[in-house]
Write a new protein. Structure first.
Length: 202
């Protein structure tokens, strides 16, 4: 891991810590925000293992600026299995998008859970599946998945090109000088995720 990547990871860790008290204020203010008109293009953000929705606050702010205002956060217990969490995600999807057409974005384990749900969901339920530094299997079949990795992620290394089959992902991007935490704040992560959402919007 280069010194540049280390600095980025430390900065990202600081931002993640700072996001927790901000999230407390955000949760309180959300109670007073009307959800009228927030019917199209629901986006669900799923955090990584041991994280919380606070990890996605900056990401959510950017997505809103690109025209996606209907944002929900999926939170789950670190003690749940992926199958149990995927079932819980199904309940949230039915709540925010009863007619289908949801966009899922998950960081780390949140992406794995989103992938698991997408695989078992009826056709048309998921419009976008974007995973960010998420564990994967070389044998997986995930034709809707746009996968984003950091080239210096020690937790979830990007799969080598020779391992990637046509059905493993819809598309894969590997970002330079990026680790597991900083990938959430990387400008290119934000840009390509927003582009994918626009491509698949209602």
């Amino acid at each position: 891991m280069t010194s540049r990547t280390v600095y980025r990871e430390l900065a990202a860790a600081g931002l993640l810590l700072a996001s927790y008290p901000i999230d407390l204020l955000t949760r309180q203010s959300e109670r007073f925000l009307p959800r009228i008109g927030l019917l199209r293009d629901p986006v669900i953000l799923a955090h990584g293992l041991g994280g919380s929705r606070a990890n996605f606050l900056a990401f959510a702010a950017y997505i809103r600026m690109t025209g996606f205002s209907n944002i929900s956060f999926f939170e789950y217990s670190r003690w749940q299995s992926v199958a149990e969490a995927a079932k819980q995600l199904e309940e949230l999807v039915q709540e925010v998008a009863p007619a289908g057409g949801v966009h899922l974005i998950g960081h780390s384990l949140g992406g794995t859970i989103s992938r698991r749900f997408t695989a078992m969901a009826p056709r048309g339920t998921v419009r976008s599946l974007i995973t960010i530094g998420s564990p994967y299997s070389p044998s997986q079949i995930s034709p809707q998945e746009f996968a984003i990795f950091g080239d210096e992620d020690p937790i979830v290394p990007a799969p080598p090109p020779e391992m990637v089959s046509e059905q493993m992902f819809k598309r894969m991007v590997v970002l330079d000088d990026t680790g597991h935490l900083a990938i959430l704040y990387h400008p290119e992560t934000l840009r390509v995720a927003a582009s994918e959402l626009r491509l698949n919007r209602d």
